[in-house]
Design a protein around this ligand. Structure first.
Ligand code: 13P
Ligand code: SF4
Length: 305
């Protein structure tokens, strides 16, 4: 089967079996083309809660499929490739957070959505990169522990100086690997381009940026901007998607290493075998995890609007 035939078969199967395909923006272009919904983590969480289909198929990484299951426990939720995890999501375990809470009982624990369902059960509220500032600003308690990404956490802390935000040493190994030297080199090579970076990058890279924002923030900025050239400081697939959206503009990679192997683990063939019932993994979470993890995701949706 070639790519077009695979896509046609996926479209036929998803209609026949009432499957809704959700694809994160870091997925390959050919997967975005057959998805019902595409977007960043926050957009997918909200869409997942509303979609009427009985089966939800997530093309992305495990914590995203868990979020869909938490929001729609009555639905069958499939992760298209079971090996697709997010290394950052597993950086802290429940016990470490429980210990911190015992020592700091007055702190509100804010969890980036890139965390396991199990970890969410002991957190107070979730955020995504596109909703973090808005949500943290609405919290009444100024004392906050932000986990796991210390780079996103310090970006939020800079924007909200009235909050006392404590951080632990976690982060995205893909974004955090970009250096200030690479940012300077890319800017020197493309002096007319604006540098757009994800807040998962280290502060020294963020400081060199013309715009810092989530995946969807970066895409919106580039699409709406009058500028014609951009250096993209997030997963490299975003530069490719933007090039399709804006053929008259130029998009350069900040680093050729900005590739998330987990996001790239899913292929069109995985999506096809998942739709035909021979591949993927059904996400199953026990009732206690579903209930406890849901409260911090519901809070995110409530405060994030
Ligand atoms: P977004 O929240 O921008 O979708 O990012 C998800 C992610 O995994 C970033 O590395
Ligand atoms: Fe996790 Fe980073 Fe990959 Fe996003 S880009 S899924 S945070 S490892």
């Amino acid at each position: 089967m070639n790519m077009k035939e695979m896509q046609a078969e996926i479209l036929r199967l998803k209609k026949e079996k009432d499957i809704c395909i959700l694809a994160h923006s870091y997925q390959a272009h050919e997967i975005l083309e057959i998805a019902d919904y595409t977007g960043d983590s926050f957009a997918l969480s909200k869409l997942a809660a509303k979609a009427p289909n009985q089966t939800m198929l997530l093309c992305g990484v495990r914590f995203m499929a868990e979020t869909v299951k938490i929001l729609s426990p009555e639905k069958k939720v499939l992760l298209s490739n079971p090996i697709a995890g997010c290394p950052m999501a597993e950086q802290f375990d429940k016990e470490a957070i429980l210990r911190f809470q015992a020592e700091n009982p007055s702190c509100t624990v804010v969890a980036y959505i890139n965390t396991t369902a199990e970890l969410k059960t002991v957190c107070d509220v979730c955020v995504t990169s596109s909703s973090a500032i808005q949500i943290v600003s609405k919290l009444k308690n100024p004392d906050i522990l932000f986990i796991p990404d210390c780079n996103l956490g310090s970006f939020v802390a800079k924007k909200l100086p009235d909050k006392n935000i404590r951080l632990l040493q976690g982060g995205c190994p893909v974004h955090a690997a970009v250096t200030a030297e690479q940012a300077a080199k890319a800017k020197a090579a493309h002096p007319d381009a604006l540098l757009l970076v994800h807040p998962e990058c280290v502060p020294a890279v963020a400081e060199a940026a013309d715009y810092i924002g989530s995946t969807s923030g970066i895409m919106d900025f580039a699409v709406k901007s009058d500028c014609k050239e951009f250096i993209i400081g997030t997963e490299n697939s975003i530069a490719e998607h933007l090039q399709y959206l804006c053929p008259d503009k130029k998009f350069y990679l900040l680093s050729k290493s900005l590739i998330c192997q987990d996001m790239k683990a899913t292929t069109l063939a995985d999506v096809l075998s998942c739709c035909s019932g021979t591949g993927g993994e059904e996400i199953l979470l026990d009732a206690d995890t579903l209930t406890k993890a849901r409260s911090c995701i519901d809070k995110m949706i409530e405060l994030g609007g």
